[in-house]
Write a protein that binds this ligand. Structure first.
Ligand code: FES
Length: 226
């Protein structure tokens, strides 16, 4: 669920830290003179991280000023992309992918399990401020469905039990590495590699020029063996 409203009680003036200002200048310098607005996504990301995971209006206006853009243009960008949040979120933002491959593999059960465990509905934050739960469209890890993104990490091949354990560990302050929960490497098949494995070694080239595997005495392929 995309959140599109500002909340009352936003922080006051926003300004990049010295480190973020330096980083922002590097990002803007990647684009040709007069095209600095192309850095708007990167600068909004910086601002969101500095603001604790969301973009108060002051941060959007600061980025607009930094890039010499109309604030409404920057707001349009911030409200379009699901990676930007326009109201405060918990320490951990859980984004459950609900698109078809994940849905077929149990995304709805993951969502229900999260709602029950955290005592929240979609778009809500748990009472302890630890977790915010939202649904998003495909995050590009369909081969290892179902999956969720928490913070910057992907957690794949999930079941409700595996996800609940991840939430318990995060709440306890543990480091929880992302990736497949069944040990897959990247997006290989669930039963292990099925390609480029155990293939017969290629036949040595026939000095007569006949195609590899052809019976003895077969004519050379056109243009070969001359
Ligand atoms: S459908 Fe869930 S990652 Fe693509």
């Amino acid at each position: 669920m995309k959140m599109t409203r500002y909340r009352e009680g936003e922080p006051g003036d926003f300004v990049f830290t010295a480190a973020d200002q330096a980083r922002a200048r590097v990002l803007v310098a990647r684009y040709p003179e007069g095209r600095q607005a192309s850095a708007v996504l990167a600068l909004l990301d910086l601002a969101q991280r500095q603001s604790g995971g969301w973009l108060p209006r002051e941060a959007i206006e600061y980025v607009a000023n930094f890039l010499e853009m109309a604030p409404i243009r920057v707001h349009e960008v911030a409200s379009f992309y699901s990676m930007f949040n326009l109201k405060p979120v918990g320490r951990h933002l859980i984004q459950v992918c609900r698109t078809t491959p994940c849905w077929l593999r149990g995304a709805a059960e993951l969502t229900d399990s999260c709602c029950e465990k955290l005592g929240v509905g979609l778009g809500e934050t748990s009472e302890d401020g630890e977790f915010t739960l939202i649904e998003v469209e495909c995050l590009g890890a369909c081969a290892n469905a179902p999956m969720v993104q928490i913070g910057d990490d992907y957690y794949e091949d999930l079941t409700p039990e595996r996800l609940r354990q991840i939430l318990d560990d995060l709440k306890a302050g543990k480091e929880v590495p992302g990736g497949s929960r069944i040990g897959r490497q990247s997006s290989m098949a669930e039963g292990g590699m099925t390609t480029l494995k155990d293939l017969p070694a290629p036949a040595p080239a026939d000095p007569s020029g006949a195609p590899a595997g052809a019976p003895a005495g077969a004519p050379a392929a056109p243009g070969e063996g001359a």
